[in-house]
Ligand binder design. Structure first.
Ligand code: G3P
Length: 214
């Protein structure tokens, strides 16, 4: 499974990329707003670290999304154009597919939306599981349904589990065979940690100090 960082913070990307486990980054307008930095500069900095950086269009009509997306794609070959899951978005996905521009369909909340985005030629679809959990639904069940459907057909579209909230989301997504998980920094930082690792390492170090002192 590929792991992406869900952020618009370049320092976070550099840090996790240095661990050797980062395959990409997803950004969105809310994350960019939070950081308050120039969007193009942010995307281009991130492209130095990973081969896939999703940059979201902010137009909502086909012509506007086409124009914005083509501009983003011209910035760097690592840019993936993020397009919302609407009928205008579907037209835009089809267009970018024909131009060889990679896309990520955002705001996917149902298996039917997932099927349409795949048929329109999305490179990636992003079902948002945490936001479904937030309204009392089972977000991970959406991933299970999509992966079941994907096994029946030969869709090339990768399933990216978005809106993850805790480490168990990443493990469950991997067990279901999802292709990618995008993870916020605070959740990513929890993934390498285990209290028994800390306790075990401390004991090894303490015992080694005793060997040295002998
Ligand atoms: O990148 C989009 C998605 O991961 C957003 O997550 O936490 O705002 O629901 P969240």
């Amino acid at each position: 499974m590929k792991l992406f960082l869900d952020t618009a913070n370049v320092k976070q990307v550099a840090e996790v990329a240095a661990w050797g486990v980062l395959d990409g980054v997803t950004t969105n307008p809310s994350l960019v707003m939070k950081e308050g930095k120039d969007f193009k500069e942010t995307v281009l900095e991130m492209c130095k670290h990973v081969p896939s950086v999703s940059a979201q269009v902010t137009a909502t009509d086909f012509e506007g999304m086409r124009k914005q997306g083509e501009e983003y794609a011209s910035w760097n070959k690592n840019v993936v154009v993020k397009v919302p899951m609407t009928t205008e978005g579907l037209k835009t996905l089809k267009h970018f597919k024909s131009k060889g521009i990679r896309t990520n369909t955002t705001l996917v909340f149902s298996p039917a939306q997932a099927i349409l985005a795949a048929k329109a030629g999305a490179t990636i679809i992003s079902p948002f599981i945490g936001r479904l959990d937030d309204i009392g639904e089972d977000g991970m069940n959406l991933i299970a349904e999509i992966m079941e459907i994907w096994r029946n057909y030969n869709f090339e579209t990768e399933v990216l589990v978005a809106s993850t909230r805790h480490p168990r989301h990443i493990v469950d997504a991997a067990r279901l065979g999802a292709h990618i998980c995008t993870v916020p920094y605070d959740v990513f930082a929890k993934l390498p940690k285990h209290s028994l690792t800390d306790i075990g390492l401390k004991k090894f170090m303490d015992d080694w100090a005793k060997v040295q002192g002998k």
